[in-house]
Design a binder for this molecule. Structure first.
Ligand code: NDP
Length: 332
């Protein structure tokens, strides 16, 4: 049997934590043969729910789950972890401005970066879920300099999956027949879900989406708005933000990163820009990537029309502003 992989979940006592822990323990993230030890971290006021989650995980008798550490101690939580899923973060409460949430979260991410830097396994792979996800990842990268920068990513897979789902719904086809949508940019309302390169598998082979969706205006308007506003729609319906779909997307992100993307298929991941597609290097930006043997590569050479260019640049501009804001919070 393979050695267990240590997986850290921060904010584990929250909504997404409750949904993702059993998915991981069932093997949906690392495959059906890979045992794991879960490290659950949350803050002191939630310690009883954290303990309860540990009890429920034990009571589920998952064959792959070799241990559970539930703790409110960051150092203990980070010790020797191979994967870190960073869900914990200060929520945006009524009346708070973006800057207020930002200042709380960059401080948390700076501290957690140091703990990962000092105690995590040196090849630790990090996925940031908590918002502002791209900027939290950027701060983590800056304050954990010994973790290779390609190991620090943020979640835009939920937006990607939502986009696939909208297209499948429009065409009344199974979601599994739609591929290669792209979510560019920030995990925020400036994200750009790009359908230009999407293909749909049909009995006559793969066909470009533009041949199948006759209403091009729908692709430029409703589709984009629907994906951007889907989180808010779930929030209104559930009176809580999406948790099951966010957890599932986080599993998809890590699974594809570890086990590889299917041939001919790319996915969206927030990664450190190398300047591809004219996006300023250093920003954590969502790109189309293919993964193989634990590493990702940005898909190169896609044509970008004027409409896309503008939307991609808008999101990059917002991320540059967030970066400045984050640093001014840290220096305040
Ligand atoms: P959730 O588990 O629902 O959400 C956690 C984070 O994920 C939030 O930042 C949230 O951002 C983000 N998120 C939620 N939905 C999505 C989505 N659909 N796509 C992308 N990102 C998403 O929140 P809970 O309040 O249930 O849990 C948070 C946990 O974090 C709590 O247990 C709390 O104790 C812990 N926490 C830890 C801190 C620390 O580590 N120091 C500090 C504060 C809290 P958004 O709010 O924008 O939806």
């Amino acid at each position: 049997e393979q050695d267990p992989i240590r997986v850290l979940i921060t904010g584990a006592a929250g909504n997404i934590g409750y949904a993702i822990a059993p998915m991981i323990a069932r093997g949906m993230m690392l495959g059906p043969d890979q045992p794991m030890i879960l490290h659950l971290l949350d803050i002191e006021p939630t310690s009883r729910s954290l303990e309860a989650l540990k009890m429920e995980l034990q009571d589920s008798a998952f064959p792959l789950l070799k241990g559970v550490i539930a703790t409110t101690n960051v150092v203990e939580a980070c010790k020797d972890v191979n994967i870190a899923i960073m869900i914990g973060g200060y929520p945006r409460m009524a009346g708070m401005e973006r800057k207020d949430v930002m200042s709380k979260n960059v401080v948390i991410y700076k501290a957690q970066a140091s703990a990962l830097e000092n105690y995590a396994s040196e090849d630790c792979k990090v996925l940031v879920v908590a918002n502002p996800a791209n900027t939290n990842a950027l701060i983590l990268k800056e304050f954990a300099p010994s973790i290779p920068e390609e190991n620090i990513t943020c979640l835009t897979r939920l937006d990607h999956n939502r986009a696939l789902a909208q297209l499948a719904d429009k065409l009344s086809v199974p979601v599994s027949s739609v591929k290669n949508v792209i979510v560019w940019g920030n995990h925020s309302s400036t994200q750009y879900p790009d359908s230009n390169h999407v293909t749909v598998s049909t009995q006559a082979g793969d066909r470009p989406i533009k041949e199948l969706v006759t209403d091009q205006n729908w692709l430029k308007n409703e589709f984009i708005a629907e994906v951007q506003q889907r989180g808010a729609a779930v929030l209104r319906a559930r009176r809580q933000s999406s948790a099951l779909s966010a957890a599932s997307a986080a599993c998809d992100h890590i699974r594809d990163w570890f086990l590889g993307t299917p041939k001919g298929t790319w996915v969206s991941m927030g990664v450190c820009s190398d300047g591809s597609y004219g996006i300023p290097p250093g920003l954590v930006y969502s790109f189309p990537v293919i993964c193989e043997k634990g590493s990702w590569k940005i898909v190169q050479g896609l044509s970008i029309d004027e409409f896309s260019r503008e939307k991609m640049d808008d999101s990059a501009r917002e991320l540059a502003e967030e970066k400045d804001l984050a640093y001014s919070c840290l220096n305040a």
